[in-house]
Design a protein around this ligand. Sequence first.
Ligand code: PEP
Ligand code: MG
Length: 537
Amino acid sequence: MAEFRLFGRSAAPGVAKGVLAVLDVARRPQLRLAGAPADEAAALHGALARALAEVEALAESASGEAAEMLGFQVAMLSDEELVRPALEGIEAGQSAPAAWEAAMDVEIAGYRDADDDHFSARTADLEDIRDRVLGHLEPLAAGLDVPDGAVVVAADLPISRFLAIDWARGGAILLARGSPTSHVAMLARARGVPMIVGLDGAAELVAGREALVDAATGEVVLDPTDATRAAFAARADTEMRASREQAAFRMGPAVTRDGTRIALYLNASSVDELEGLDPAICDGVGLVRTEILFDGPGGLPNEEDQYQAYRRIVAWADGRPVTIRTLDAGGDKPIAGVTEDGESNPFLGLRGVRLSLRRPDLFLTQLRALARAAAHGDVRIMLPMVTVPAELEAGRKLMETALANLAKDGLAARRPRLGIMIEVPAAAIAIDQFDADFFSIGSNDLTQYVTAAGRDIGSVADLADPLNPAVLRLIASVARHGWETGREVCLCGDAGGDPRAIGPLLRAGLRSLSVAPASVGPAKQAIAAIDLRDPAP
Ligand code: PEP
Ligand code: MG
């Protein structure tokens, strides 16, 4: 067979070589004839009960986000409303599998077509539920054993199938649909499984073909020639050597060639992303994005849930500072029941602290949970999307209310230091107006607002460059203000973990960066290569 190349979008980096295993969650060819409606309904209830027991068992052994996602499946499987249309189909003369499949396909289409990432990301979960129940009604339709190290191909990959595969032996994921922001993509990144989504020419992905996968570039080569195989092996070898070298930097402090110590913090959305990591690789946690807590299947978290979640991160940090950002819903992070629907431009709308201040009920609950977590360690709080000083002052006032209420309730709490994200140009330009305890530059948003190039719009990605001189000048002036007033200025956007950007950021005056856990080695290696005594290149 001739060599064939396909391209998609990177969802989790890495290279892999393996044989394609096609996980066909699509159609069963023949569904049997219907029996009596009462028997069909009993068969459906039996299959639902078995599916529910399986998912509950999976949820029990999972933790954190995976458990939350499986919790969504448990909730759906327990929801009578989900089953009702299938029972109506049975009453109308359909067999249990035919009625269940048809009813679920309608439900799934509704989710898939939703103009909302939150709902469309649930599509894979619903497909998983459909197929699991069908598997109990039609045993032949049940899953597939993925051979060790296989390159798994699917239209989309349900979380439970991802968790059922042993990734310790290598492998990769190729999806015709999917998105880099999906739950399964998050898990793939956390587990180091290379993953590509939105592959074109997916019809070529037939089981048994040999595939070379470069998930960083989004390229797949099928039936490679010997020359391609050799070139790929060399690339994999270089990557492995580079990642071994970077790993050697992981444990040491971040220090430039001229001996300047750089504070390197971690970004995380939950303690799951930190568990298994040695806290000694970092100087603390520089950004906890709390949105994921509010976006779970169980709805908005109460004070106790939040307190426990923050406390676990503080415990992981083992005495190091932990900077937790208050809810930054809106823009690229819509949250059902919190963000406004139908804004003409959500990035310029009610997001971040603007939204929190409109929902003092939510905001106060989060501030109470944060103040309680602060009793257990060095917790710092920062407000996202601050534009004017009044927002900082309103946040501070609400924190005082939270502390007073906690004292009245007899709950242990401590006043955390209060900082702000610098990601709106107005705040960066008028930085001297903000009496915050510290500043943290959100280069993702700052860059999009300064360059007027959306962070989620691929066609203008080259304009959304954090190294644009206008962005760098703003960063330099915020860093200078920090030096002059003795307040720490960190940068927690993606640029902080980008080896290409680190030199210019340090030369702009920054001495604190906060990066994704996977970027610690590459960032420390890049820092070690910089000599701040040299003139800028
Ligand atoms: C940023 O904008 O750079 C940032 C760190 O926040 P987020 O990416 O969550 O908007
Ligand atoms: Mg931001």
